[in-house]
Design a protein around this ligand. Sequence first.
Ligand code: PEP
Ligand code: MN
Length: 265
Amino acid sequence: KLVSKKWKAKPTSIDLGDNIFIKDGEMAVITGPCSIESEEQIRAVVAHCVENDIKMMRGGVFKPRSSPYAFRGLGLEGLKLWYQIASEAGIKIVTEVMQTSQIEEMYPYVDVYQVGARNSQNFNLLDELGKVDKAVMIKRGISGTIEELLQSAEYVFSGGNEKLILCERGIRTYERASRNTLDLNAIPILKAKSHLPVIVDPSHGIGIRAYVPQMALAGVMSGADGIIYESHETPEKAYSDGQQTLDFAQSARLAAWIRESFAMR
Ligand code: PEP
Ligand code: MN
């Protein structure tokens, strides 16, 4: 496989511009709300990122929701507004693309296209992202194996797009005490098998706010190249995933702990 270390030994470095990288040997910190909700909310999170030297912000404008009646995102207009505010502050945007028709319209306003867990094996979407000259982060499928994640990455890479990031976000197991089971085993295995950077998402991985920090730090120690977690000014009022979202004080502490842990790794 082209994503395998046997094909390419040197770790792949994702250059997002302005000296911002996702790569082996650095620790990317990516935070933001589950959903982009309003201009006021965008401004609050951007300010939080700036204050804490966080260069990459996450957020969904097209949301895959288990219920069709739940909030499904602000769409392209929300993304444009977000881009305007974030780019002025020098912050890069990580956001989910749900279908092929969105790739082109989103293109000017994204830095990393996120492929969500539910779309991890949407092979048409992966084929089209293979033709794009912009970074793609693929999340592991809801019940996806490590091998399936690598095969999904192979679709994009073999299509010609080598700016790829892998993301462990927990898998569905028989365990119901947590939302998902964050598979930390996957980190050293993915790092050994592939030259691509690996990011951990402890928010979706455990799904319980109080335990997100320790799972984030466990992710750092497992060898990840970055952590992506959800934050919001008032998590209890978030439109989605509030139960696993940190407030800004918790997020500021976690960002510092991630960096300290990485420095000790
Ligand atoms: C998200 O990042 O908010 C999200 C929907 O993640 P996942 O696809 O991993 O469930
Ligand atoms: Mn979410």
